[in-house]
Structures are given as structure tokens and as C-alpha cells.
Write a protein that binds this ligand. Structure first.
Ligand SMILES: *Cc1c(COP(=O)(O)O)cnc(C)c1O
Length: 387
């Protein structure tokens, strides 16, 4: 992958992986074509054309996306998958063997937790509160191989100190994996902070338009990449060419979108903090956030997701949500449209109520994915529904 790491973020987002081809017979497309061919013919029996043989192993459209994502995360290597969870599963198959021990943040995306608890049961996983890096180190065992975190978490927006945990990983010879879905490389670059592997659900901010499922894995470690690439092909959960194109198209405006998502999220958070019917607002760019200092240190922005709690009972929360007209009441996040949801009834309904209350997901905790609409319309909608 030829990547120019001296260029700025938006320049790479637009150009990396999509150089027009001026070779004899090529057409100089400015946008990489959607290569649907599943197989690639060769002129000489022993020589694949430009390295392409079969689309599961390597596809030009997918490769363009992999190159672009690698450029944005300051990675040498990138791989794209059919979903965030298939990317994660490939990492877990490729890098671990039966009996290996994983230390994981106890506040992970539910689907990731399900992989550890119900799918990869031949590994042992210890969940710790990784907001304090010391808890991660205390969980290290002789068979520990990998640390898995995401930061900020969902929906409580807890942070983990990537650099401190990377130091622990290095001291104990462990692989640190960071799920960077929530901030995208625009606001946080875990590899620069010492992580070994970054994973993404590109379904969220990278795709950015709530219309394409996908996942990605990025690394600078050639040994890890070799294993990951082998398993990408061997397992075959690759991203389709058309979906690769949609993700490529989305990424070009990532910087613009992330700036607006964060502006809108902050304005909503500040509005809600002053509202008499709101008891608590959680957003890492508010000085009231318990890890505000860490957010300032390791990220360049707080992203588009915030959570808040309203007074009353679950029925009050439901009435509020059903009164909104600009926000859509829906799961997921990271698209241009503002979404809102009730974790206790929707995304986190499968978590035991006692556990939910204990970690802070109360009945009236509401999660917002701030879109890129006009802020006045978003605030007016919240105001009328709160009334
Ligand atoms: C959505 C999400 C995933 C799973 O990705 P899919 O694309 O839905 O498979 C993983 N991690 C985080 C943080 C997510 O938000």
C-alpha cells in the first residue's frame, strides 16, 4: 500500500487508495471503479495480473478502501470485512489459540461482549473496569495474550487511557486491540498512542450514512498483519465491492461530518445540562465528565454521541422519545441523521436490570447520536418533546 503520511487527514481521506490509473488502456477514473468480477484472468499461467486472482483474496475496490483506512489511522496495513463483528471475530481467530486469556473492558459494545461470552468460549476472558488502567494490569495472568478495549464506551461514555494500557501491554508482552468506532481516526488514533491493532465497525461514522454494514482492522505490525490477512481469506468474511465503494464514498467527508457531529453534540449537551427536567448529562467534552482531562489528552474531539437522564420513570422517557419529530427513535449511531434511543429497553435490554442499574444504565438514561442537521432544529425538537 503506498501511503503518504505527510498529507493532512482530509487529503488522505479523499486521495489515498484512489490514484487515477494512466497506464496504457486505463481510463483515469477519479473514483475507484466497483470491481464486481469474482475472478481475474491472466496472460501467463504462473503470473496473476497485478496480483489479482480471486475476489475473496484480493479485490481492487476493497483494496482501495483498505489503503484509505490504513492511511487515516496512520497504519501500514488495513483489511476490510463484511461487518464490525466479522472483523473482530477474524482478529480473535487469527491471534489467539485455545486456552489463551483475554482482558477486556467491562463496558464493551454488546455484540463484542457476546463474542467473548458465548462464541469464543475456548478462550478465557476477564472483564475489568478499564477506566483505571491498574485494573487491567492486576488481571494479567501467565496465559494472558490480549487486551481489548473501546473508548469512549456506549452508552456511558467511559474512557480508557490508551497510552497507559499500551504500556501495560508492552510490559507483559500482550497485544492491545482498540475498537475505535466511536471517535473514528479523525478524533482518536490508537496506533499513535501505542495500540497494536485497531478495529472498526465502519457501519457507523466511517460509512456515515446508515446505509452500509462493514468492519475493518488496521495495524503497523507486519507479523500480526500476515496472520490477519491469512485469516481474512481463509475465513472469507470480506467486504463486498459495492459496499467497499459506499464506505469509500462516505470516508471522503469524514472530517467535515465529525466536526459537525461534535459541534451539534456539544450544543445539545450544554442545552440539556441547563434543562430542569434533565438530571444528568454525559459527554466527554463537558468539564463535568469525570475523565474530562483524559479526553483532552488523548482525543482531538469528543465525537457525536452523548447520553442523558431525564426525571421520572420509564414511561416518561418513552413519552419524550415518541414526541420527537426530527430525531429518529432507532438503534445504531454515526449517520448524518440524528438518532435517539432508550438503552434500558433497546440496545441494552438483554443486560440484567440489576447489572444495568449498577453500571449506571438507569431506566431513563437516553442515548443520542447527534447528526449533522441544523442545530436549531435539533434543540427545538428536544425542547418541545421535553415540554
Ligand atoms: C456497531 C458496533 C460494533 C459492531 O459492528 P457491526 O458493523 O454492527 O457488526 C462494534 N463495536 C462498536 C463500538 C459498535 O458501535
Amino acid at each position: 500500500m503506498s501511503i503518504n503520511n505527510k498529507q493532512g487527514f482530509s487529503t488522505k481521506a479523499i486521495h489515498a487508495g484512489e490514484k487515477p490509473d494512466f497506464r496504457e488502456g486505463a481510463t483515469g477514473d477519479v473514483v475507484v471503479p466497483i470491481h464486481l468480477s469474482t475472478t481475474f484472468a491472466r496472460a501467463k499461467t504462473a503470473v496473476p495480473t497485478a496480483g489479482y486472482e480471486y475476489t475473496r483474496s484480493l479485490n481492487p475496490t476493497r483494496r482501495a478502501l483498505e489503503t484509505k483506512l490504513a492511511a487515516l489511522e496512520n497504519a501500514q496495513y488495513g483489511l476490510a470485512f463484511s461487518s464490525g463483528l466479522s472483523a473482530e471475530s477474524t482478529v480473535l481467530v487469527a491471534l489467539l489459540k485455545t486456552g489463551d486469556h483475554i482482558i477486556a473492558f467491562d463496558d464493551l459494545y454488546g455484540g463484542t461482549k457476546r463474542l467473548f461470552n458465548s462464541v469464543f468460549t475456548h478462550y478465557a476472558t476477564t472483564f475489568v473496569d478499564a477506566t483505571d488502567a491498574a485494573n487491567v494490569e492486576r488481571a494479567v495472568q501467565p496465559n494472558s495474550k490480549l487486551i481489548w478495549i473501546e473508548t469512549p464506551t456506549n452508552p456511558l461514555l467511559k474512557l480508557a487511557d490508551i497510552r497507559a494500557i499500551a504500556d501495560i501491554a508492552q510490559r507483559h508482552n500482550l497485544i492491545l486491540v482498540v475498537d475505535n468506532t466511536f471517535l473514528s481516526p479523525y478524533f482518536q488514533k490508537p496506533l499513535d498512542l501505542g495500540a497494536d491493532v485497531v478495529v472498526h465497525s465502519t457501519t457507523k461514522y466511517i460509512g456515515g450514512h446508515s446505509d452500509v454494514l462493514g468492519g475493518a482492522v488496521l495495524t503497523n505490525d507486519s507479523g500480526l498483519y500476515e496472520k490477519l490477512q491469512y485469516h481474512q481469506n481463509a475465513i472469507g468474511a470480506v467486504l463486498a465491492p459495492f459496499d467497499s465503494y459506499l464506505a469509500l464514498r462516505g470516508i471522503k467527508t469524514l472530517a467535515l461530518r465529525m466536526e459537525r457531529h461534535a459541534q451539534n453534540a456539544l450544543a445539545i449537551a450544554q442545552y440539556l445540562e441547563k434543562h430542569p427536567k434533565v438530571t444528568r448529562v454525559i459527554y466527554p467534552a463537558l468539564t463535568s465528565h469525570p475523565q474530562y482531562e483524559l479526553a483532552q489528552r488523548q482525543t482531538t474531539g469528543a465525537g457525536g454521541v452523548l447520553s442523558f437522564e431525564i426525571k421520572g420513570e420509564i414511561s416518561d422517557a418513552e413519552r419524550f422519545l415518541e414526541s420527537l419529530t426530527v430525531f429518529s427513535l432507532a438503534e445504531s449511531l454515526g449517520g448524518v441523521e440524528s438518532l435517539i434511543e432508550l438503552p434500558s429497553v433497546m440496545t441494552h435490554a438483554s443486560v440484567d436490570k440489576a447489572v444495568r442499574e449498577q453500571i449506571g444504565i438507569t431506566d431513563t438514561l437516553i442515548r443520542v447520536s447527534a447528526g449533522v442537521e441544523d442545530i436549531d432544529d435539533l434543540i427545538a425538537d428536544l425542547a418541545q418533546a421535553l415540554n
